[in-house]
Design a protein. Structure first.
Length: 549
């Protein structure tokens, strides 16, 4: 009995546990269908940030849920609570998003590969214009440099001092020599990008006594930067460093006193002044507002090369000039145009050039202009004349059909350029003179049924040529000469017993030998042979009679 009672109590517990497990499984499946990453894998460079989005299906109803972002390896890539992934070092890791509800939790994964940063450096600035140092002290300026863009790779820098009797510099570390002022320069090895600051060396070290912001609150917009410069007292203080922190890096970041707005919100920026073993602190509030579009106009537009030559043999394109706009963060878009739209087409946005109509006579120069705001520059496209295209046609007086017997066994061909009505002096040849021959004037004579190719080659330019296909058909008539008998070819005769008749003034007909002899000329108007078949059918054969030579 006790065992039975125990079973009655435990059965509901087992059923409830099974129900909870079933509910949890269903909840996980529901979450898996409701959410998905915008991409399952992507690549980011060191220092570069890309945002990964966790998308929720529009028709999915999962109730209240939370999303927690994590990186499997923060030394390779980090991720913020908004899915902003930043590459730290070369390698691979996974970004995880844990979606939780009251009943279930599902983990979504995205593979991230961090590659070497190859972003070119376009600018360098120091976080301050003047640095103070006392005799016996040093100041390290490497961390004071701000690159443009922020994730650019500069490589080793060359450091120089304008007055080594005042201060020397080695790998960014400035060592004072004597009281005075020296200008420190940090430059890339090729000297294309550099930054300068002033180092003031005092005779004795002057410890700072305070740090404070001029205002309690500042504003910056999303995507913009704000330079904070707290006041250090006394003004000639030396031997200190300022450390910067921000209360919420998802809203704003700070580096060397430069605050960058990331998302709308409010943060506290703290500047800590470290002196020996002590620390002084100054704080201010920075409000990040909506992103504002700030126009950065162009100051210089360069096209490279200065000119290019395009020929018909180059193809239609597209062709393109190299474009460099300064400054690098210019917000104006380029607009392209050219001086001759009949010869070239240029895409007004991309600057891609297509060859439309090469000139016939001589080179044509087309000016290509790129405008960026109020600044513009031009280059020249030299378009080579196109190779003339030769074409062959029948003269107006030529018949459309060429037969193997006179009188319709000749046609006249003429050759000229496709772009004009000018005739061209050419050399004529036939691929098969036994079918049809051609003389020096373009007169083609047919000899037997078949096809051959007539070629015309320009006498002034042997590379310019054209072809014409000639088809010779069997003549549907008979050609005869006065006094000579010619056979009546079988293809002209119906296959039946035939009674023949002809005009005895012009023809002599031998029905046995199946020949006809011309008696007198009938060239312009042929005479006829009449054939009457046994079935009563009537047919005729034209006979042209030529005079004897």
């Amino acid at each position: 009995m006790k065992q039975f009672k125990f079973a009655k109590r435990i059965l509901p517990v087992i059923a409830l546990t099974f129900l909870l497990l079933l509910t949890g499984c269903n909840g996980e499946k529901k979450l898996q269908k409701a959410f998905s990453f915008s991409e399952t894998s992507f690549t980011v460079m060191e220092g570069e940030t890309k945002t990964l989005t966790l998308n929720k299906a529009k028709d999915a109803d999962v109730g209240d849920y939370t999303v927690t972002w994590m990186s499997q390896n923060d030394s390779v890539a980090t991720v913020t609570e908004d899915g902003a992934v930043t590459g730290v070092a070369q390698g691979s890791t996974e970004i995880l998003a844990a979606v939780r509800t009251e009943k279930a939790e599902v983990l979504f994964k995205c593979a991230v590969t961090v590659t070497q940063n190859t972003t070119p450096l376009s600018g360098l600035t120091f976080s301050a214009t003047v640095y103070s140092v006392g005799e016996g002290q040093t100041v390290d300026l490497k961390n004071e440099l701000i690159p443009t863009p922020a994730n650019a790779v500069s490589g080793p820098l060359v450091w120089t001092s304008s007055n080594t009797n005042i201060a020397t510099v080695s790998d960014g570390v400035v060592s004072p020599v004597s009281q005075g002022i020296s200008v420190i320069t940090a430059a890339t090895r090729d000297g294309s990008v550099s930054a300068t600051c002033t180092v003031r060396v005092s005779a004795i070290s002057v410890p700072p006594t305070g740090i404070a912001f001029e205002e309690e609150a500042y504003t910056v917009s999303v995507g913009s930067t704000l330079k904070l410069a707290p006041k250090i007292t006394p003004e000639n203080a030396t031997g200190y460093t300022v450390l910067w922190t921000v209360s919420d890096p998802a809203i704003a970041t700070v580096e060397g006193g430069t605050v960058k707005g990331i998302a709308e919100g409010e943060v506290t920026v703290t500047a800590r002044l470290s002196v020996g073993d002590g620390t002084m602190v100054a704080e201010c509030t920075v409000t990040v507002g909506p992103k504002t579009e700030v126009r950065v106009p162009a100051t210089r537009v360069e096209l490279s090369p200065n000119n290019m030559t395009i020929a018909e043999s180059s193809g239609e394109g597209p062709f393109k000039f190299g474009l460099t706009i300064s400054p690098a963060n210019c917000t104006d878009s380029p607009h392209w145009s050219c001086s001759d739209d009949d010869v070239l087409y240029i895409d007004p946005k991309s600057g891609e050039i297509l060859l439309l109509n090469p000139p016939i006579d001589g080179y044509v120069s087309v000016v290509v202009t790129c405008e960026v705001g109020e600044i513009s520059n031009s280059a020249v496209v030299k378009v080579a004349p196109r190779k003339p295209k030769l074409q062959i046609g029948l003269s107006d007086s030529s018949p459309e059909i060429l037969y193997d017997k006179a009188p319709s066994n000749t046609i006249e061909l003429v050759a000229g350029y496709a772009d004009s009505e000018q005739l061209v002096s050419v050399t004529w040849t036939s691929s098969n003179p036994t079918v049809a021959s051609v003389d020096s004037t373009g007169c083609v004579t047919g000899y037997k049924a078949g096809t051959c190719t007539i070629t015309a080659v320009s006498k002034s330019n042997s590379s310019v040529k054209a072809t014409y296909t000639v088809t010779v058909e069997k003549a549907p008539y008979i050609s005869a000469v006065v006094g000579e008998a010619v056979p009546i070819e079988s293809y002209l005769i119906e296959k039946d017993d035939i009674t023949w008749q002809c005009d005895p003034l012009f023809l002599e007909l031998d029905a046995t030998a199946m020949t006809v002899k011309g008696l007198q000329e009938a060239l312009t108007e042929p005479t006829k042979i009449f054939g009457i078949s046994a079935s009563g059918g009537l047919f005729t054969i034209d006979v042209y009679i030529f005079p004897a030579e």
